[in-house]
Design a protein around this ligand. Sequence first.
Ligand code: ADE
Ligand code: ZN
Length: 357
Amino acid sequence: MAQFECTEHMESFLRELPKCEHHVHLEGTLEPSLLFKLAKRNNITLPESFPKSVEECTDRYNRFADLQDFLDHYYIGMSVLITENDFYDLAMDYFAKAHSDGCHHSEVFFDPQGHVERNIDIDTVIQGFHRACKDANSKYGTTNKLIMCLLRHLPAENGLQTIHSASKYYEDGIIHGLGLDSSEKPFPPELFTECYAHIKTNYPGIGLTAHAGEEGDHTFVSTSLDLLQVSRIDHGVNSHQNEELMKRLATQETLLSLCPLSNVKLQVVKDVAELPIAKFFEMNVPFSINSDDPAYFGGYILDNYKAVHTRFGFTMEQWKVIAINGIKGSWCDDDRKQELFELVEVVYKKYAVTIDA
Ligand code: ADE
Ligand code: ZN
């Protein structure tokens, strides 16, 4: 259903355009090759029902029935992560790929409860991921922030306990945000009001976000804004169902972290062309384009940019607006934002001028 060509020139522009990623689960970057390597290294026996080879994974990952079907594989996949080095290696592989895709700033999710319930110490998880954030910064010059997600299929009390276990990392600035993920529809945002209120009261500088409007309808988005007081919405595709909400997102400049290839793989839409991306753009609802769980959905950030380009045919000027909105909606400091705005301008001038000449 690709309607627009992504020329070599456009592809280089999209690669060089300084991008920010706001929606990627580090556990969702576990490529099948690393998954099987770690399973062997850590003596983990995967369930009989799980694909047995890289090829079988590729095939099965292409046929997820919905979000829950994917999550059932995702939680099994993460069971191979045991040592601090496993978490470090996983994150470093992602940062290397993000860097080669021209991603300059990544705000990455992780799911501590998915590890703690397997008796992995939360410090092992956070220290491995944090070390990778620092090393990626030294090696690639990228900036990277950790967002701790609560699993919405677990009770809110467990979420609150997890927040308490991570308190020193919030205090030390090692974790920058709180998110909410996993099975959406049976577990609406209001269940987690107390968890979000706790963070807002005790760590007022921490960014708040939540998955909403992926499979859930537009009310999940409004409730996340009203009750959880989030400043960003992950996915939010179903916001287009309600005009008032669209206006509110535009006025408040609430960033939606869209994940186009994920929406196709999880049967939210049949093709990227069906996503309301043109409507978001026209109504000034800011959005960024992200990979979600790239190892499971077959595409990293640049693949997602290209998929959007071939369906919507944005001009370089429109892509520049998208990149700028991504920087504005990031949780880095103003100096870093300024640096990124200037880099966008440099790349835009380089490519737009080539076209005009
Ligand atoms: N966890 C990992 N990926 C997710 C997604 N797309 N939606 C909800 N929870 C997730
Ligand atoms: Zn997600």
